[in-house]
Design a protein around this ligand. Sequence first.
Ligand SMILES: Nc1ncnc2c1ncn2[C@@H]1O[C@H](COP(=O)(O)OP(=O)(O)OP(=O)(O)O)[C@@H](O)[C@H]1O
Ligand SMILES: [Mg+2]
Ligand SMILES: [Zn+2]
Length: 457
Amino acid sequence: MATKSKLVYVCTQCGKENTKWYGQCPGCGEWNTLVEEFQSKESFSKKQSTNAVHIVSNVKQLSGIESETMQRFGTGMKELDRVLGGGIVRGSIVLLGGDPGIGKSTIFLQICEYLGNNMKILYVSGEESAHQIKMRAKRLGVNTENLYILAETDILGISEYVKSENYDMVIVDSIQTMNLTELTSSPGSVSQIRECTSVLMQLGKSLDIPIFVIGHVNKDGAIAGPKVLEHIVDTVLYFEGERHLSYRILRAVKNRFGSTNEIGVFEMANDGLREVENPSLMLISGRPQSSSGTCIACINEGSRIILSEVQGLVTPTGFGTPRRMATGFDYNRLSMIIAVLEKRCGYFFGNMDAYVNVIGGIKLNEPAADLTVAVTLISSLKDLVVPDDVIAFGEVGLAGEIRAVNNCDMRVTEAARLGFRKCIIPYNNLKSIPNEIKKDIEIVGVKTIRQAFESLV
Ligand SMILES: Nc1ncnc2c1ncn2[C@@H]1O[C@H](COP(=O)(O)OP(=O)(O)OP(=O)(O)O)[C@@H](O)[C@H]1O
Ligand SMILES: [Mg+2]
Ligand SMILES: [Zn+2]
């Protein structure tokens, strides 16, 4: 094996190796993504020979391959199963990213209690000692006999060990601490992460067992390491949440075996993560009564509808340029809505600060929340109260028009189920609403923002 190492510049986005430093990556065109790295002359992956005879015997005709129904098994956590697309798939590799302390180790340790009933699980930790994991397991009430802890970072050693011991599942906490001794670069570097992940990938596919991997995120919120890491694995999950709130949202950003629209909602408690089956109830509870500047939004996340409170506050600017601030809502979209309200509806925000806050750490990235935001802003500006049992949603266009949203009937049904009495929806969605829902809730179809606000108060 070549031991001479050379200095290369590796792109953290696309993984391209360069012999000199560039401001812009020649591979993917991103700026400031090259990092310095020492690398042994021969890359590990290049050393593996390709044996033609071996390949020929491996080629199969697609129609001749026996199709077995994809084997999935539940984790005992419905919210996690939902995000995974209906449970864990054999031989798949799942990457979970998230901010420090968000609960990545907690969720994977917690599912071991249920999975341990009929699986032998290995939890490899390069971050914590076996003793520390024991303490956490005790707090979470995990005491299955089938869980084995290994504090180790040598990835090839771990891989060999797993092969010899017939494990049914492996959890790796975290990929940034794993180390392939053949590579001279330090753990956590681009090449280490990439090669360690491929080793795990090969391990999972060859034994047909699921492998769960935890990844750290960098300051931009992406999983630290090259984007190629996300290409290698089958499923990429992100754990999100506000540090000071107990709610956690699990989101799939890539899934080879399921939809990526689904979210799972959890609450962090002393004894671990609890599933929140009805997040809307939690998000709209504790709402101020008969107060201006608040309205309920209705968003569609995968197969579920979530209602959450949006607050707006409009106050005179003390000095200088007016401030606009948005938490849980896109800042540029807020600016656009304010511009539409000024130009098309005759509400003036020129000397007003405007704040929008979505309660509960939820992020409203869906255009259906536009109308809700517009309504809270007008309500605060005019100091007019939107009645508590009313909900409004729709996409706002630049002409001040309200545009149709998808799954409108599902949204209205959910609003009626949660006790709302009146629903302001885009006019073009009216015909999609079945008559039987209209018995439970008053439906008003609107074409413009002004019309929406007038039918509200
Ligand atoms: N009694 C407790 N002791 C410690 N942590 C607790 C306790 N109760 C709740 N927690 C929560 O558990 C979180 C730690 O979770 P966990 O260690 O799984 O996070 P992580 O995502 O693995 O973090 P890291 O990236 O540092 O490994 C804490 O931030 C805290 O919110
Ligand atoms: Mg951890
Ligand atoms: Zn690049």
